[in-house]
Design a protein around this ligand. Structure first.
Ligand code: BT5
Length: 256
């Protein structure tokens, strides 16, 4: 376990790059709350009553002690440019957790932040307007999600078990917001190339996966080969034929 010593300076959040950062006690979903707020606003709730996952039927357990954060980002220019944002934010959260001292953190396509086979964080990126996107980040810190949802036993990780030291949820938020700004800058300045290359370098490839595609009942066995320049999942099946899918086409990806 890493020991963490973060400076306790309250301007740390400003140091993350002039975010308008607000902490609320309870909301239904920080993403819903942030939907009409201007870019560079970040909302953290101590708890959410209806935290949302990436699909309608999936909920996000948001008990006290976790980081439930939504950040509004400007998305100037072509809409297509920003379709890679969910992956770029996944990269950012891994970058932040890595900077906090957890070297084993990794991204499972498209945007589950994992330590081993346990989920540390999940992301929900939504576009409500042409000009901006809401980036929702749920990261387990001091909370116990499996106490609220026993089905999660053995399947979640939390920072408190990975890094020791005197730090707060706001300290973690500051680091995450810093990395989110870094990822946003990278997409703005050079498109997705830099982050895509970094992600592909970090992934173990090929890796056996089981995939359920939208509209199909049976899952397929495949080899994972990372992402293409648009961020789509690259796989091959038994016959060796290469295929690519975007995140909306894949209901479930399991590592086997
Ligand atoms: C996600 O969906 O992983 C996206 C989670 C995004 C949550 C943030 S919190 C701030 C913002 N406001 C919101 O309302 N949402 C965002 P998905 O890939 O569909 O995974 C959902 C699945 O993760 C659930 O079905 C559970 O199996 C599992 N899960 C739920 N709560 C969890 C938790 N606290 N830690 C780890 N896994 C969890």
């Amino acid at each position: 376990m890493t020991n963490l010593a973060i400076a306790r300076d309250p301007t740390q959040i400003a140091g993350a790059g002039s975010w308008d950062y607000r902490v609320l006690d309870v909301v239904d979903s920080t993403n819903t709350y942030a939907a009409r707020l201007p870019p560079w606003t970040a909302i953290r709730a101590k708890t959410q009553t209806a935290g949302r996952g990436r699909r309608q039927e999936r909920c996000w357990v948001s008990d006290v002690g976790g980081l439930w954060l939504s950040a509004v980002l400007p998305c100037p220019g072509l809409r297509r440019r920003w379709e890679v944002l969910p992956l770029a934010i996944g990269w950012a959260v891994v970058d932040a957790v890595h900077a906090l001292g957890v070297t084993t953190v990794r991204l499972r396509w498209p945007n589950d932040v994992m330590v081993g086979a346990a989920k540390l964080a999940g992301l929900l990126v939504e576009r409500y307007t042409n000009e901006s996107a809401v980036v929702g980040i749920g990261l387990n810190v001091f909370n116990f999600p499996e106490r609220s949802l026993p089905a999660l036993v053995g399947r979640t990780a939390r920072l408190a078990d990975l890094i020791r030291g005197d730090y707060s949820i706001d300290d973690v938020a500051a680091q995450v917001l810093r990395s989110v700004r870094k990822a946003h800058n990278s997409v703005l300045e050079s498109g997705f190339g830099v982050i895509a290359a970094d992600l592909n370098r970090g992934w173990e490839k090929p890796r056996r996966v089981k995939i359920t595609l939208e509209g199909e009942d049976v899952s397929i066995d495949a080899d994972f080969h990372g992402i293409d320049p648009e961020g789509r999942l690259r796989i091959t099946r038994g016959d060796g034929a290469a295929e690519a899918y975007d995140a909306a086409q894949v209901v479930l990806l399991r590592e086997t």
